[in-house]
Ligand binder design. Sequence first.
Ligand code: NAD
Ligand code: MG
Length: 398
Amino acid sequence: MKGITVLGSTGSIGVSTLDVLARHGDKYRVVALTANRDVEGMLLQCEQFRPEIAVMADANAANRLAKGLSDRDITTEVLSGLRGLEIAASMPAAHIVMAAIVGAAGLLPALAAVRAGKRLLLANKEALVVAGSLFMKEVAAHGAEILPIDSEHNAVFQCLPTGGDGDLVSGGVKRILLTASGGPFLTTPLEQLATVTPAQACAHPNWEMGRKISVDSATMMNKGLEVIEAHWLFHAKAEEIEVVLHPQSIIHSMVEYVDGSVLAQLGNPDMRTPIAHALAWPQRISSGVDSLNLFEVAQLDFEQPDLRRYPCLELAYQAIQAGGTASVVLNAANEVAVDAFLSQRLAFTEIARVVDETLQRLPVQSVEDLDTLLAIDGEGRAIAEQVMQNRVLSSGIG
Ligand code: NAD
Ligand code: MG
């Protein structure tokens, strides 16, 4: 029986993870669950899975959870704050940790799991975008194991010869082809993008996801973050990673070899497949996902992404080339801008401009220590807020 901690258990990936775990009660035991503020969701999950620990990042929410659990005679211990998240991520009873907190907020809990030498199921791509080099060093230093949950990286991992931890060139790999659906605005006339709403941006054609990643998919910053994620996970240079638009989201990504072979991983767009794969790897377990019906799919299309439609994708490639703290700033500015778009304080097309201008204002530094990275993250957020205010004032949106 393997113990599992699910960080971000009330979110889209968290719920899909618990769905897979519930199918395999004989193999896995949930030892800790964590969320930010969703007390109702957490109460229901504690009732079903009876973890040893439940953490609410928010202290008020933790108090309400403790009261709700005691009213129901559930003995789960309640913790709160970053310390609580780190305890859940590193507790001895957890063999496997699912990192499914959204944004840079997930970095420190994921690092705690790495430092405790866990098998880390990494959905929280922002952790690698912010701290890639340091994160991978810590993984090696503590004998931790990262298995990618992002569907593209999970697909690449499945298509690579050595389970992804070897050198690409000696494995005969020529390039990695990351597929992208193009999101809900693939064919929207460019001049209409400035007025699209959060509800339209979150209505993804193929995947049901949290709101932040849904907006990232619409701008394709998500694919940009994934290029950076692939760079760290698979030791790939920016020029070894190509993004291919594939609107059906059936091929989750591909690996091309020097002999001309291209291996792809296909399946229905349902995150329970990569979750089940990573939980059981190198074995396989059922996930609840339907068989792929190729007759219904009938057609697979591919095209090159148009960078006028998706300027965020280019910004991410530039951040890899710039190196150092550029990715931290890219991510921080994007989180601030997406949050503002979701609360209707910023136009959709301004997201890329805010990120671009923030990157231009903050000179790139080369840093490896965590405190400096976190300080730059804070600085990036503050400058992005300023840039946003200036742009909103000068454009009259607001
Ligand atoms: P979500 O918004 O649905 O869920 C986020 C979870 O994190 C929730 O449980 C929330 O309570 C918790 N959380 C939010 N802010 C927090 C904070 N400050 N401190 C502690 N906990 C906090 O997000 P999601 O769609 O499940 O995505 C989670 C991560 O997985 C993201 O990094 C995303 O990019 C990645 N991912 C998601 C999908 C998908 O299909 N949803 C696919 C690939 C990768
Ligand atoms: Mg993805």
